[in-house]
Design a protein around this ligand. Structure first.
Ligand SMILES: [Zn+2]
Length: 173
C-alpha cells in the first residue's frame, strides 16, 4: 500500500488575528485613500465607537447590498505600493510622519504653541461668537477644528494620475 506522504506539518493552529491587528491593517488601508475619505471613516468610527475593521467591512457590505460592489475605483498610485501617510503640521506646516492616528502636530512643541493660541482665541470668542456655531456636534476625537488649515491639500492631491473607474479597466483590456 502506497504510503501517503505525511510530512504535512502538524495541524497548524488557526492563525489568531487580533482585533488590534485587523484595526491596524484597516487603518493602513485607509491611509491609501485620499485623506478626506479615510478621515471620514475615522470620524464615523469615533462617532459610532465600533472597531475600525468592522466599519471598513460594513462599508463594503453596504456596497454589496446596494449592488455596487463591482463598481470599484482604483487609484493608479496604488501600483507604487503602500503610501506612507505624511501629514502637514497644523502649526508649522512641516510635513511629518505621524505616530498616532489623526496626529495634528509634528511635535509637542507645535501642539503646545497651537494650544496656547486656541486658548487665546477662546478668550476672544467670549467677545464675538465666530467659532461656536460653525461646527455643530463636533466629535471629540476628530480632527475638525475650525481652522483655515482644516483642508489639507497635500494629501488630497497625492497620487500619480487620475482615478480609474472599474468599467474603464474592463474596456481597456
Ligand atoms: Zn510643527
Amino acid at each position: 500500500m502506497a504510503k501517503v506522504p505525511t510530512d504535512v506539518k502538524q495541524p497548524t493552529k488557526e492563525p489568531t488575528v487580533t482585533d488590534e491587528q485587523l484595526n491596524a491593517a484597516a487603518d493602513l488601508l485607509l491611509t491609501q485613500l485620499p485623506d478626506h475619505a479615510g478621515e471620514l471613516v475615522h470620524i464615523l468610527q469615533g462617532e459610532y465607537q465600533v472597531q475600525l475593521w468592522h466599519l471598513l467591512c460594513g462599508i463594503m457590505l453596504a456596497m454589496h447590498q446596494e449592488g455596487r460592489l463591482s463598481a470599484f475605483t482604483l487609484d493608479p498610485a496604488w501600483r507604487d505600493g503602500l503610501r506612507q501617510r505624511m501629514l502637514k503640521c497644523h502649526e508649522c506646516n512641516k510635513l511629518f510622519k505621524p505616530h498616532n492616528i489623526g496626529q495634528k502636530f509634528c511635535t509637542n512643541t507645535c501642539g503646545n504653541i497651537n494650544e496656547a493660541r486656541k486658548l487665546d482665541l477662546n478668550e476672544k470668542d467670549t467677545q464675538n461668537d465666530t467659532y461656536t456655531d460653525s461646527v455643530p456636534n463636533k466629535p471629540e476625537s476628530v480632527d475638525s477644528e475650525p481652522s483655515p488649515n482644516n483642508v489639507d491639500p497635500v494629501i488630497a492631491t497625492d497620487g500619480t494620475g487620475n482615478w480609474v473607474e472599474a468599467g474603464s479597466l474592463l474596456l481597456d483590456s
